[in-house]
Every structure is written in C-alpha cells, then in structure tokens.
Design a protein around this ligand. Sequence first.
Ligand code: IDP
Ligand code: MG
Length: 140
Amino acid sequence: MNSNRTFTMLKPDSIEQGNMLPILNMIENAGFKIIALKYKKMSKDEAEKFYSIHSDKPFFTDLVSFMTRGPIIAAVLEKENAVEEFRNLIGSTDPLEALDGTIRKKFAKSKGENAVHGSDSDENSSIEIDFHFDSNEIFS
Ligand code: IDP
Ligand code: MG
C-alpha cells in the first residue's frame, strides 16, 4: 500500500461540460503529480463493480447509468498524504456543502453528478488503482 497515491476519475459530467482541462489544471496546481492517466468509457459491469459498496443504496442505479453514459478520465495522483489532501481538494459529496476553492464547489451540479471521484482511504486507493491500471501504466 502506498499512502502517497490516490485514485481519481473525472466523471462524465466533467467531460460533457468541457471541464477536463480546468480540473486537471486544478489538480496539478494543488501539487499533485499525475503518474497515470486514461480516457475510457466504463462498462455497466465495471461501474457496478467499482461502486459495489453502494449497491444497496437508493441512488445506485442512477449512479451506474450516470457513470457509464460517457467517457471518464481515470488517473493516479502522487503527493504526500495524497488521499486526505485530494479529498480536501475535491470537497464534500454535495456541492452545496463543498467549500470555496474546491473542485466540486466550482464544477459539480448536484450530489449525484459531482464532477470527480476521490478515494476515501489508502486501502481503497490501492484497490481502485489496481482496478483501472496495470503497474506498467503508472509512471512514478
Ligand atoms: P464520495 O464520492 O464523496 O466519496 P460516496 O458517498 O462514496 O461519495 O458516493 C459515491 C458517489 O455516489 C458520489 O460521488 C455521488 O456521485 C453518488 N451519490 C452519493 N450520495 C448520493 C445521493 O444521496 N444521491 C445521489 N447520488 C449520490
Ligand atoms: Mg466514496
């Protein structure tokens, strides 16, 4: 496990609204190094597996259809204390609660379509990185 790494996705709403580069800029300007990057569309199976922890939630079906309606950017980020630092940069799940200066405050439209994903623990960042990337696709 590497506590200097976290995993992010720019969700389909970010791509649709032309916010790909502004969000990647905010990430780099906050001191994260992008050590892996992939532009892809998740299948229904992949999205259901990635979000399986939420499978019993009322929003699960909407979440899977949202995350598969268009391409995403998946990335591995490197910074000291990456998981916590990145959660601070993205802000609360609900943009109405996100602080000024956070990615979700600036770009998210709703609690469901909230621009970006960020891992919530070192354990999950490791699982999520392995889900999307082979080790030879990561440039540390
Ligand atoms: P997080 O992305 O801030 O870690 P989680 O609770 O892990 O938030 O939820 C995963 C994703 O599921 C959220 O980013 C959001 O897209 C969606 N989601 C969470 N809660 C709700 C809700 O109450 N309504 C609709 N979608 C939700
Ligand atoms: Mg989460």
